[in-house]
Design a protein around this ligand. Structure first.
Ligand code: SF4
Ligand code: SF4
Ligand code: SF4
Length: 293
């Protein structure tokens, strides 16, 4: 199915970000086996071009990161053996996998920065990019704290995961979640997923995997993710920054400081100008008095 068809499934105006229709992804990385069925299903359903099938040298990864043509990316992390890796792992290195995607942020830097309205919030609470409205300015790319959205250098427009809005509108699950054989990618009502994630976390901690944690940064300007994760160890290993911030929040402060600074400068210039006019008028009066005398 072409990406252009998504534009015909245009999102509704002013959707409620927290309605009963708000859906999300809970990606449980401890269940991922690195099969990449999610990556393939995404490309097939959305008709996204392939990225080349050359190995990058970073484990069995051939794409490296999310991009305009990679809307799902399965990260391969090689490391030391950890509790819970299984009794047959011997002295070999462990493998952790995690399927990354657009986070459909509660406060989305891409959406806040887009000047054309190409990025909009859908009735499912997700962030949708309309390629036929995108003018290729690239503001979204520098305002995404996760490096998700990217421009296609060939035609200049930006692309990212659509959250399979077209499928959701007709009652289907996103293609990636449907294809995942281990249910590492779970799709459903966002609040129910959050409850399920907490119980899964307690379960893993009870089994000795104390380094398991939920990645859903609600205490930063991002205010939480509609596609959140359960990972083991440092989230940075999975391209998940510890404190992601929405850059435009700081840009607003910077603009406010710039306006206050400019105002103060203009006021100082006005005072200096008025003062100099006053002193030259006084000098002219003194000279006139002297010449009369
Ligand atoms: S992860 Fe980036 S591209 Fe996705 S919604 Fe958040 S800011 Fe936008
Ligand atoms: S939700 Fe759809 S567009 Fe997004 S990664 Fe999954 S398959 Fe691709
Ligand atoms: S389909 Fe599921 S198990 Fe396979 S790589 Fe993707 S998330 Fe992992």
């Amino acid at each position: 199915m072409s990406t252009f068809i998504h534009a015909m499934n245009a999102p509704t105006e002013n959707p409620d970000i927290h309605s009963s229709h708000t859906t999300g992804f809970f990606t449980d990385s401890t269940l991922c086996i690195g099969c990449k069925a999610c990556e393939v299903a995404c490309k097939e359903w959305n008709d996204v071009p392939e990225d080349g099938l050359n190995l990058s040298g970073y484990s069995y990864d051939n794409t490296g990161s999310l991009s305009f043509s990679t809307w799902r990316h399965v990260k391969f992390v090689e490391g030391e053996i950890k509790p819970g890796d299984g009794g047959n792992s011997g002295n070999h290195l462990s493998w952790e996998f995690s399927s990354d995607v657009c986070k459909h942020c509660e406060v989305a830097g891409c959406l806040e920065a887009c000047p054309t309205g190409a990025l909009v919030r859908t009735e499912f609470g997700s962030v949708f990019l309309q390629p036929d409205v995108c003018n290729g300015c690239g503001y979204c790319t520098v305002n995404c704290p996760f490096g998700v959205v990217q421009r296609n250098e060939d035609d200049g427009r930006a692309f990212k995961c659509t959250f399979c809005t077209d499928r959701q509108k007709v009652g289907l699950e996103p293609a990636c979640a449907t294809a995942c054989p281990t249910k590492s990618i779970m799709f459903g009502n966002l609040e129910e997923l959050r409850e399920h994630a907490q119980s899964r976390l307690s379960d893993l901690h009870g089994k000795g995997m104390k380094d398991a944690q939920i990645y859903d940064p609600k205490d930063t300007s991002v205010k939480g993710l509609h596609a959140f994760f359960l990972v083991r160890g440092d989230p940075r290993m999975y391209n998940l920054p510890p404190k992601p911030e929405v850059p435009i929040v700081y840009q607003k402060d910077a603009w406010r400081s710039a306006v206050i600074g400019s105002g103060a400068f203009l006021l100082a210039a006005l005072i200096a100008f008025t003062g100099s006019r006053h002193s030259s008028r006084s000098q002219r009066k003194v000279s006139a008095r002297r010449s009369r005398a």
